[in-house]
Ligand binder design. Structure first.
Ligand code: SF4
Length: 200
C-alpha cells in the first residue's frame, strides 16, 4: 500500500473525537494524490453523513454549478480532492451547524496536504477553511469577515487560494446582497477550474 493510501485508510478508521460527535465517526473525504484542485469545505451535514458522499446535497448542486462541472467530474478524485475542515458530521447548535471539530485539522490536514504534490488551486469555502488556509499566507492582511476575505479574492488567488462563501441555501441572503460575487468571482472561478482540469 502506498503512503497516501495508508493515510487515507487511517482517516477512514479515525475515531479521535468520536465522543464529541452526535452520530459517531464517519469521515467523508475524497482524495487522490493526482488532484490539482482542493475543495476545502466546512464539515459534512446530516445528508452527507448518511450517504458518505461529499457535497451530495443542495450545497453540492450549487457548488458544481459554480465550478461548471458535472457530477462524474466532481467525484473524480484525480481531479478534485475534497477535504472539509472536519471530516465527520459535528451536529448542530441553536444557531445552525456546529463548527468542524478542531482536532480533525490538527490530526490530519498537514499530512494530507503534503501528499498532494500537484495541487494548484485551493477553494477555501466558508470561514473555517479561510481561517486555516489563510494562516499559511503571511502576505495577506488578515481580513475580519468572510465578506472582506471574498472581496479580496484577487490577492488570495495570487497564492493559489480562492476564498468562497458556502454554497448552502442558507447563504441565499448573502448571495442576494453581494451580487458582485456572481459577476466578478464566478467567471474567474470557472476559468481557473477549466484551466487546472486541463480543459483549456
Ligand atoms: S472529525 Fe476528524 S478527528 Fe474527529 S473522528 Fe472524524 S476524522 Fe477523526
Amino acid at each position: 500500500m502506498k503512503a497516501w493510501q495508508t493515510t487515507v485508510d487511517e482517516v477512514r478508521h479515525c475515531t479521535l473525537c468520536e465522543p464529541e460527535l452526535p452520530l459517531g465517526a464517519r469521515p467523508v473525504i475524497q482524495f487522490h494524490p493526482s488532484a490539482r484542485i482542493l475543495i476545502a469545505g466546512q464539515a459534512p451535514g446530516i445528508r452527507v453523513h448518511r450517504s458518505g458522499k461529499p457535497f451530495d446535497d443542495p450545497s453540492g448542486e450549487r457548488l458544481r454549478s459554480w465550478l461548471g462541472v458535472d457530477k462524474p467530474d466532481f467525484y473524480d478524485a484525480c481531479q478534485f480532492a475534497i477535504l472539509p475542515m472536519g471530516f465527520c458530521y459535528p451536529g448542530t447548535t441553536a444557531s445552525g451547524d456546529a463548527p468542524p471539530r478542531a482536532e480533525c485539522a490538527d490530526a490530519w490536514r498537514e499530512q494530507l496536504l503534503a501528499q498532494l504534490p500537484h495541487l494548484r488551486l485551493t477553494l477555501a469555502i466558508g470561514q473555517y477553511a479561510q481561517q486555516w488556509h489563510g494562516q499559511r499566507l503571511p502576505a495577506i492582511k488578515p481580513e475580519r469577515t468572510l465578506t472582506e476575505r471574498v472581496k479580496n479574492w484577487r490577492a488570495w488567488l495570487e497564492h493559489g487560494i480562492l476564498p468562497l462563501p458556502h454554497p448552502s441555501p442558507r447563504n441565499n441572503r448573502w448571495l442576494a446582497k453581494n451580487r458582485w460575487f456572481e459577476d466578478e468571482v464566478l467567471p474567474e472561478l470557472k476559468a481557473q477550474i477549466a484551466q487546472y482540469r486541463g480543459a483549456q
